[in-house]
Ligand binder design. Sequence first.
Ligand code: NAD
Ligand code: LMR
Length: 344
Amino acid sequence: MFARTALRTTLAASAPASARSFSQSAAVSKTVAVLGASGGIGQPLSLLLKLNRDVTDLRLYDVRLAQGVAADVSHINTPAKCTGYAQEDLEKALQGTDVIVIPAGVPRKPGMTRDDLFNTNASIVRDLAKAAAKVSPKAHMLIICNPVNSTVPIVAEVFKKAGVYDPKRLFGVTTLDVTRASTFLSEIAGSDPADTNVPVIGGHSGVTIVPLLSQAKQSDAVKSEQYEKLVHRIQFGGDEVVKAKDGAGSATLSMAYAAAVFTKSLLKALNGEKGITECTFVESPLFKDQASFFASPIELGPNGVENIPALPKFTAEEQKLLEACLPDLRKNIEKGVSWVSENP
Ligand code: NAD
Ligand code: LMR
């Protein structure tokens, strides 16, 4: 039902095989900034964005090493111009951007929840959002930094205070939950993961992650005794990586891939391509009284969020998952909102 064309498109296919393909130009030039470009996510994400032919100007910013990453990435023979910016040049990096992707922030270590990152990451995201609101208020903001359930409302509050908030242009990147769900379901169903599409709604943390497995065409492959374990694996997939990395951080490569997929879809939609839908965490009317932000399949268009379709009918299990999600999600959202009012 929620066909995800982006996941079926290999990123490599969009990279030119040789310098000859430089003559093909992107539909409309797009300037993309990555804030936190030297990090575990930032570096592979910068690489993948350099391969995207819809990106014409790639700005890499970090508090350390961004110029080195940019010098390296800039040697790839794709058309995007790639520039690195030092810590003091944030405003220069943001000038005239269409899309700003924010993976800046600290990652988890084993034993931590995403909410444990709040104290450090809230101020990082607030300060980057303040600069964006001042210099590039019309840019589409793609928030990766955790806890996403709180950092996205923080960005909204900062933009509101600056008088430039447009909910159509603010996204929490939850694509990794969708890629995980499709991978894990395909392992059970024996299907091609690229043809296994599971919408994931709610938020991006533990029980707030609600996979709608009933919407996948392979859903019958999941036996009732496998269902709970599969849902748990999707909800806590991040922990698997944090544990395996044993103190060296959380998902970086799969996250860079997921963010590159989402950015690619958004750029296509901004360039006028029709029929593009991605799950993402946005200000949403779907459960407005319980959670003002909610991830669901969103139709993207030339201005960002084009339409937030109604959700399909839930199974009894999915209804229970949603009931467990909403109270936690509400608390996470409120925490971000009240933190900004206390720490403007
Ligand atoms: P990392 O520590 O490897 O990289 C973070 C980068 O941010 C570093 O290069 C650091 O110098 C930079 N940074 C810190 N403060 C900055 C600032 N004020 N301005 C610019 N850059 C700054 O971490 P990572 O593994 O890349 O993870 C980054 C964030 O992404 C974490 O919060 C992590 O929890 C989150 N994450 C989210 C998802 C998701 O699905 N949304 C998935 C994985 C990780
Ligand atoms: C993930 O889902 O992998 C990220 O949110 C990182 C984490 O802390 O688990």
